[in-house]
Design a protein around this ligand. Structure first.
Ligand code: ATP
Length: 323
């Protein structure tokens, strides 16, 4: 194999650059050249690509986002789009492709592999909702950002006196998987947490908060994953039941920012190297993931048909720590 390519697709995630850097270096150490494809599948269809040298990627490891840009393409979801991408791959001498992205991106990778292009997927999405891997690139950084933000709510709320009890409702990312919400609740010390995996009961939540107020706590921080409820709907319910005026905050895209943590850089680098190895071994249509802390071949993309859910163990840990 002489030339492979890499693209980033779907939502950007901190650590994607660390992955790109490690792919280029792993390929180079096997005398393989790496083409960087810009703007995801759109760039592949349009031939927007250039050779990535080790010099070019040397200092991107600590940069958030992706130097290759990420995009979503409707055209690529058609047969015509996939054929265009294959024509570009062939004319640019691309012998195999690594796709860094989420489950949608992996579906696209499967379509390419049907035309004979070997493809390996590397999971990257801050939600940690890709089935078949314990971690995806970006998750650790996002959890750290949210944990830090919760600490800041504590910083300001600590000064409140108990005759003006406050509830802070913080909405975090997680449409299907409440990992960010639950991990940041555990690490950041929130008072309640709502995730898509467990239906919430507003009365249970409000009596939990009321008990804390009665015990003398002047404020409660509640973390809610966007897939469980909108924070504004929750505010209406909480304010009605508790007869207070809660404060809301939607963290939104700031959760995608921040320099990738050491863990994300490590995970991204390990998965990249395993991905290149798999291509050299002649494998295709597989996802590299993390199992037991190791970057391994996870087999066919499980994430396409399934979503990662948080474990009962983690839910139990959270339940103990919010008491
Ligand atoms: P994230 O979890 O961050 O949203 P993702 O990879 O799931 O990442 P998508 O927008 O679902 O993000 O997919 C990225 C791109 O992959 C799409 O713009 C499209 O080009 C391609 N894609 C998505 N779904 C499919 C599909 N079912 N078949 C073929 N290609 C797809």
């Amino acid at each position: 194999m002489k030339r492979i390519a890499v693209l980033t697709s779907g939502g950007d995630a901190p650590g994607m650059n660390a992955c790109i850097r490690a792919i280029v270096k792993a390929a180079k150490s096997n005398n393989i050249e790496t083409l960087g494809i810009y703007e995801g599948y759109t760039g592949l269809m349009e031939g927007k690509m250039k050779v990535l040298t080790t010099d070019y990627v040397d200092d991107i490891v600590g940069l958030s986002g992706t130097i290759l840009k990420s995009a979503r393409s409707k055209l690529f979801r058609t047969e015509e789009g996939v054929k265009r991408a294959i024509r570009q791959a062939n004319s640019n001498g691309i012998e195999a492709l690594i796709v860094i992205g989420g489950d949608g991106s992996f579906r696209g990778a499967c379509d390419l592999s049907k035309y004979g292009l070997p493809v390996i997927g590397v999971p990257a999405t801050i939600d940690n909702d890709i089935a078949g891997t314990e971690y995806s690139i970006g998750v650790d950084t996002a959890v750290n950002v949210v944990t830090d933000t919760i600490s800041k709510f504590h910083d300001t709320a600590r000064s409140l006196i108990s005759d003006t009890p406050r509830v802070f409702l913080i909405e975090v990312m997680g449409r299907n998987c409440g990992y960010i919400a639950i991990a940041s609740t555990i690490a950041g010390g929130a008072d309640y947490c709502i995730v898509p995996e467990v239906p919430y009961d507003i009365n249970h939540m409000c009596s939990h908060i009321k008990n804390k107020f009665e015990d003398g706590k002047a404020y409660n921080v509640v973390v809610v994953a966007e897939g469980a409820s909108s924070v504004n709907d929750l505010k209406t319910q909480v304010d009605t039941v508790l007869n207070i005026e809660s404060r809301t905050s939607i963290l939104g895209h700031l959760q995608r920012g921040g320099a990738p943590t050491v863990t994300d850089r490590f995970i991204a680098s390990q998965m990249a190297i395993r991905g290149v190895e798999l291509l050299i071994e002649g494998k295709s249509n597989r996802m590299v993931g993390v199992i037991g802390g190791e970057a391994v071949d996870c087999g066919i993309y499980k994430g396409i048909n399934d979503k990662n859910k948080i474990s009962e163990k983690l839910i139990k840990l959270k339940d103990i720590l919010i008491i």
